[in-house]
Design a protein around this ligand. Sequence first.
Ligand code: AMP
Ligand code: GLY
Length: 425
Amino acid sequence: MKVLIVGGGGREHAVAVSLHKSRRVDRIYCVPGNAGIAQIAECEPAIGVMEFDKIIAYAKEKEVDLVFVAPDDPLAGGLVDALRAAGIRAFGPDQRAAVLESSKVFAKNLMKKYHIPTAEYETFDDPKEALSYLKTARMPVVLKADGLALGKGVLICNTLEEARAGVRQIMQDKHFGDAGNRMVIEEFLTGPEVSVLSFVDGKTIRLMSSAQDHKRAKDGDQGLNTGGMGNISPSPFYTKEVDAYCRKYIYQPTVDAMAAEGRPFQGVIFFGLILTPQGPRVLEYNARLGDPEAQVVLCRMKTDIMDVIDACIDGHLDRIKLEFQDNAAVCVVLASQGYPEAYQKGYEITGLEKFAGKEDYYCFHAGTKFDENGRVVTNGGRVLGITATGATLKEAREKAYEATEWVSFANKYMRHDIGKAIDQA
Ligand code: AMP
Ligand code: GLY
């Protein structure tokens, strides 16, 4: 088979590695791709993920059998629909189903209607009503822009003044653009956060091993929210009891709710959970693999990813036994100093060859490219996802941090406490 991946970050590199391992995949293409993906795929850096016509033309030119759409923006924009309309087989939710992630108002109303446990909330499309509601709201309070906002559209406000300023930022100043036309105001919950990713065929759901993100830029969960600075899998907080509760009240009920709404979901659902003293609650849904969740989860998957993708598209996921290795993985992101705000790029990356031939180590590329001299240089905020597997989380963490020393670039930055929960759980 020939497969085209849409996307060009660490998640897409992890997908490419899984497809490369598949006994059924002969050739991989990727748009735009990056310098790491280019080791195992033919990349076309000139095509962006929102250039639907160019993607369709490229898929036809290369005669691909399948397009794997990985990032949120093209899914929300309807790339899967456009590909199918052009007669091209595609993996990912269509636009009607991708709304599970692209509208927080939709997701919250779905959970309320189908009694799926989540934070108490109200939705607003008028800033005056939102401001007036705040007068009676208990602090801290959580403000969420409705639409996609690069993971930044969530504000946790400790005081009424902060919350008022937040509403104005989102709805009046349009800090997150049109994502702020509507918003959710919800109760603040506390507890460990867990990411659970799953494959879904519209009716059946198969869960992947759990993971735990580290969203803040700095050690000790300080600093700004980022796309994710590191990840571990499995999460030490995801016990059998939590799993049983979520299976009963969250996972299948979500799939059934989408089907009942006439929006059958086919693709990957990412459940962002928080384990409160009252039980697990859904913080958010994503309609795609997480980044860097994919890096720690896919490398532990035993089942051939191509078999799972086909089963999702053809609606026979019930016949698939999704299996994971009984081990652990840790990913430490090497970022450009300054991320998620301003940072420099274009610095040469050295030491990449040290990963060659090392079984349990992965150097997933995120923001990298080749410069005009063919050298690999930094090309984004998150640059590399250094990942290692081990028999235990502790062993995987030790190996991942050891491997972070193998590569160098001028403004290399990382968190030093990825997987701290391993010692606390
Ligand atoms: P989201 O994009 O909805 O996952 O929100 C981003 C981050 O904000 C989450 O990972 C949490 O750390 C935090 N967050 C979101 N909603 C809540 C909430 N209701 N209570 C506490 N923290 C939250
Ligand atoms: N790492 C979180 C996400 O992909 O949304």
